[in-house]
Design a protein around this ligand. Structure first.
Ligand SMILES: NC(=O)c1ccc[n+]([C@@H]2O[C@H](COP(=O)([O-])OP(=O)(O)OC[C@H]3O[C@@H](n4cnc5c(N)ncnc54)[C@H](O)[C@@H]3O)[C@@H](O)[C@H]2O)c1
Length: 337
């Protein structure tokens, strides 16, 4: 059964189906001009499956990596659409991780003031997180996701067979986001992680995480309030990401460092154990002062205060506005320094 996401204007389905790519022409309307956007790290068999099922398909392969989520590639996609005479009834299909999804979704939102967009996410992170919620963007002038739009896909197709080619480190990176949602919102999902069953039950994990995110984005499509719970662990994660300059660590790896700090002592060990079992490190490799300085530039900062998501217990969180000195103490306490 697909998951239907209701948005302010309409609704769309997320189809989760093993082997969906084999019958993609039946799941998506590809009987029109189709621009498939993918990257060089995504096995070409996935984009070819879409291309072969399309009436009039064109493919654009961009270099893999976050640095491709830029204005030049946005322009490249728009150029392809113009050159191939795409009209309002045609479609852009993203085949890849969150980088490709964010970039192509943004291009689709702009072309002729919006043409159809299908997303086929092929990383765990994009399957549980970035493909749902309608946020599209590019990085600009060194700032991540600074230019973008809310634009909903017409349909999302998740084929977990695509994860067979995904490196283990990318799998852990994505599972971290699913685990983050389990902490704030779903004891049964937390249990799957705690029992070490997340990999064996990856389809269930993806489905449960999507249901959590669906619930959040439906209630708060424009990120006015509730969506903040998705930021659990992200305050320190963003600081670690800035310190690392997006060079060595993946986003989920930074969130793994940030989560235990935002936990009550009662729950911290359990959260940490799961993260470690996923192969994620939770130790800080920066000084507390360095991190606090970077937290001051966080977009959730207002004056000398910052809003955090604090986890009292599983499924029991609160939004807290705290000072930087309180944050400093929390980091020290969690890191026992
Ligand atoms: N829109 C949102 O709400 C939202 C939420 C979270 C993250 N994001 C964005 O998502 C992006 C990160 O996404 P990501 O973690 O998927 O990274 P990514 O898209 O860069 O993909 C990671 C790597 O995996 C490779 N890859 C993808 N699928 C593969 C497969 N099936 N087999 C083998 N290799 C494969 C890619 O080539 C790439 O090298 C960031 O740009 C981030 O800003 C957006």
């Amino acid at each position: 059964m697909p998951i239907t996401v209701k948005t302010l204007q309409s609704s769309y389905d997320i189809v989760i189906e093993k082997g969906a790519l084999l019958r993609i022409g039946e799941i998506l309307n590809l009987k029109r001009r189709v621009l498939v956007v993918t990257d060089s790290g995504v096995p070409s068999e996935y984009s070819n499956a879409v291309l072969n099922a399309s009436k009039e398909g064109t493919v654009l392969v961009l270099p893999e990596g976050e640095s491709s989520k830029n204005i030049d590639n946005l322009q490249l996609i728009l150029k392809k659409l113009v050159e191939n005479n795409f009209t309002r009834t045609d479609v852009v299909v993203a085949v890849g991780g969150g980088m490709i999804g964010d970039l192509s979704g943004f291009a689709a939102s702009m072309y002729m003031r919006g043409i159809d967009f299908y997303n086929i996410p092929t990383t765990v992170l994009s399957q549980v997180d970035s493909s749902i919620g309608g946020k599209t963007a590019i990085d600009f002038m060194g700032i991540k996701n600074i230019v973008g739009a809310f634009y909903q896909p017409k349909r999302v197709v998740i084929d977990i067979e695509t994860l067979k080619t995904l490196p283990q480190r990318q799998i852990s990176n994505g599972l971290c986001e699913a685990f983050k949602m389990a902490c704030t919102s779903d004891k049964s999902l937390f249990e799957i992680f705690e029992k070490g069953e997340a990999l064996n039950k990856i389809e269930t994990v993806i489905e449960k995480a999507l249901l959590i995110k669906k619930d959040v984005v439906e209630k708060d499509e424009r990120e006015a309030g509730l969506r903040k719970i998705l930021n659990f662990g992200h305050t320190v994660a963003h600081a670690v990401e800035s310190a690392d300059n997006m060079k060595n660590l993946y986003h989920g790896e930074c969130v793994a460092i940030g989560m235990p700090i935002m936990c009550s002592p009662k729950i911290r060990n359990r959260v940490e154990s799961v993260l470690k079992s996923l192969g994620l490190k939770t130790e800080l490799s920066y000084t507390v002062d360095e991190l606090i300085e970077l937290c001051k530039h966080d977009k959730k900062t207002s004056g000398d205060k910052i809003t955090i998501v604090y986890l009292e217990d599983i499924e029991n969180f609160e939004l807290r506005e705290i000072s930087f000195s309180e944050l400093k103490n929390m980091i020290r306490e969690a890191a026992q320094i």
